[in-house]
Design a protein around this ligand. Structure first.
Ligand code: ADP
Ligand code: MG
Ligand code: MG
Length: 203
C-alpha cells in the first residue's frame, strides 16, 4: 500500500463531497442531541479544505494536511472544528516532508491524531463521540494491512455502535439518558471521512 500526495488530496476532496451530500442528515442527528449545526459546520470546513487541496501544488503530505487542519480550525465553529483540526494538525506533523506514506507511517499519523482529539476533548472512547470511530479505525489500521472495504466497514460498524451509548462529552451529554438511541453526529461525520479514505485508497 502506498499513500501518495495525490491519494491524500483525493481523500480531502472525497470527504468534502460526502459532507455536502450528507449535510442535512448530519444536522438532523445533531438536532436530536445537540444544536443542529454539525452538517453545516462540516460542510463549510471541508468545502474550503478541499478547494485549497485541489488548487495546491504542494507535494509534501505534511504541509497539505497542515493547511487542511488550519482551515478546519478557522472555518468550522463549534466543538468539532478544533477537534478535527487538531487531529489533522497532529497527523500532519508526523507526515512532514513525505510525499508518500507506508501503512505504518500512515498509522503513526492516525495515532497522533487520535491522541490529539483525546487531549483536546478530554475524552476517551466510550463517551459517544467521534473518538468511537477514530479509535477502532486506528486499532484496525495498526493491526492489519489496510484493505479499503474493511476500513470502511470498521468505521461504519463503530459509528452504528454509538447509537446505544450514553453521551458523556460535549453538548450531547446535557441530554443524559435521552442521548441514548441516537447516532452521534461526529461519529457519523468521522465514518464519512474514513469511507472517503477507503475510496481514495481504492482509486
Ligand atoms: P457543537 O457541539 O459545538 O455544536 P458540532 O455539532 O459541530 O459542535 O460537533 C458535535 C460533535 O463533536 C459530537 O457529535 C461529538 O462527536 C464531537 N465532540 C463534542 N465534544 C467532544 C469531546 N469532548 N471529545 C470528542 N469529541 C467531541
Ligand atoms: Mg452542534
Ligand atoms: Mg454548535
Amino acid at each position: 500500500m502506498e499513500l501518495t500526495t495525490n491519494v491524500m488530496k483525493y481523500w480531502l476532496v472525497t470527504a468534502d463531497e460526502k459532507m455536502q451530500t450528507h449535510k442535512e442528515y448530519l444536522s438532523e442527528l445533531d438536532q436530536a442531541i445537540g444544536d443542529g449545526d454539525h452538517g453545516h459546520n462540516m460542510a463549510r470546513g471541508f468545502q474550503v479544505a478541499a478547494e485549497n487541496a485541489k488548487e495546491s501544488t504542494e507535494e509534501d503530505i505534511g504541509a497539505l494536511m497542515k493547511a487542511a487542519a488550519m482551515t478546519l480550525i478557522s472555518k468550522v465553529g463549534g466543538a468539532s472544528g478544533p477537534l478535527y483540526g487538531t487531529a489533522f494538525l497532529k497527523a500532519s506533523d508526523k507526515w512532514k516532508g513525505k510525499t508518500s506514506l507506508s501503512k505504518d507511517e500512515f498509522a503513526e499519523g492516525l495515532e497522533a491524531a487520535v491522541e490529539g482529539i483525546k487531549t483536546r476533548g478530554k475524552a476517551e472512547a466510550g463517551s459517544k463521540t467521534m473518538l468511537d470511530v477514530w479509535t477502532p479505525v486506528l486499532d484496525y489500521v495498526q493491526h492489519h494491512d489496510i484493505a479499503a472495504p474493511d476500513v470502511s466497514a470498521k468505521a461504519k460498524e463503530s459509528m452504528e455502535q454509538t447509537e446505544s451509548m450514553k453521551a458523556e462529552k460535549g453538548r450531547a451529554s446535557y441530554y443524559g439518558e435521552e442521548s441514548i438511541s441516537h447516532i452521534d453526529p461526529g461519529a457519523y461525520s468521522s465514518y464519512l471521512l474514513f469511507e472517503a479514505l477507503a475510496e481514495a485508497l481504492d482509486k
